[in-house]
Ligand binder design. Structure first.
Ligand code: CUA
Length: 324
């Protein structure tokens, strides 16, 4: 029947959202497991309340049989008020009891990875801090963490309120200008997890995503060291990049490009996406974004460069794609 097939389609659609790199119901770490657990407990309690209320409704609406006012009143009182109140109180207590488990924590027995993430319209500035809290290097829109070790995020904002949310790894945390909000996340399996901005922050709020790459601890350590030594650069590409003034807003370490306004581009070529999770990381898309960023991302602060010679844009895109 039509109803049957549409309900199968609906279940398939709802279940397809339950796994993958962007699902709170497919937890990849302890914080996210607490959240997923709370969700299922609430779902079951919700089903019990819904069933009780519907049972009370059916009971009250069956007019053929005559019930005394007293017994109907009792059913409505118990199924419609007392039972839901008991379940909701139990859920509240459970939620409050769970809160310490999802609070930011700073482990002292393990190495702590401190990562500062700043929300800006409409991208993420990512800084890796050393043990003394000094910035080791900066990157953007992609965070790497080691599997099985806690990553302690220091969350900030410069313009408006944003919210840092990686559903597979844990709960949301607001990023508020003038404040630093801590959040500890841990991945217990390798993978690429998608994060999004969870607070409306302007025209391109929906285009403000990022990725968290959880890799083996050795690989992460090697990357931290390697990332501090600039890779080889194409001199001709760099010259075109600098000639057109890109370095006024973007930085590439070890070169004259030292702008701090836009995303850092030192190892741009190793990112999986472009424009904060908005476009695929291809040379064509890089060229397209440089030419008319506003078409992809309304409200973006980067001006358009469509007036530059086409060859220059192509050269810059090719140069950026190779930056490691
Ligand atoms: Cu940033 Cu919404």
């Amino acid at each position: 029947s039509r109803f049957g097939s549409s309900s199968i389609l609906f279940s398939a659609l709802s279940l397809s959202g339950c796994s993958g790199p962007h699902s709170a119901l497919d937890p990849a770490g302890p914080e996210a497991s607490h959240v997923a657990h709370l969700f299922f407990v609430m779902l079951i309690a919700g089903i019990i309340i819904w069933s009780a209320v519907v049972a009370a409704l059916i009971y009250a609406s069956r007019k053929k049989r005559v019930y005394s006012e007293q017994s109907a009143g009792r059913v409505i009182l118990w199924c419609g008020a007392i039972l839901p109140a008991i379940i909701l109180c139990a859920l509240l207590s459970y939620g409050v009891w769970l809160m310490p488990a999802v609070r930011p924590w700073l482990p002292d027995d393990q190495q702590v990875h401190r990562i500062e993430v700043t929300g800006e319209q409409f991208w993420w500035r990512v800084r890796y801090l050393d043990e003394a809290g000094e910035v080791m290097f900066e990157t953007a829109n992609e965070v790497r963490i080691p599997v099985g070790q806690p990553a302690h995020f220091l969350l900030k904002a410069v313009d408006v309120i944003h919210s840092f949310w990686v559903p597979s790894l844990g709960g949301k945390m607001d990023m508020i200008p003038g404040r630093t909000n801590p959040l500890t996340l841990m991945a217990d399996r390798e993978g690429i997890y998608r994060g999004v901005c969870a607070e409306f922050c302007g025209q391109s709020h929906a285009l403000m995503a990022f990725t968290v790459r959880a890799v083996a601890p050795d690989e992460h350590e090697a990357w931290l060291v390697e990332r501090q030594v600039p890779g080889p650069r194409d001199a001709e590409g760099l010259a075109v990049f600098l000639k057109n003034g890109c370095g006024a807003c973007h930085a590439i370490s070890g070169t004259a490009a030292a702008g701090r306004i836009g995303p850092e581009l030192t190892a741009f070529g190793e990112r999986g996406t472009l424009a904060a999770g908005t476009l695929p990381h291809t040379q064509e898309d890089i060229a397209r974004f440089i030419s008319y960023p506003e078409r992809t991302k309304p409200g973006v602060k980067m001006p358009h460069f469509g007036m530059l010679p086409e060859d220059d844009i192509k050269t810059i895109a090719a140069f950026l794609k190779e930056l490691k």
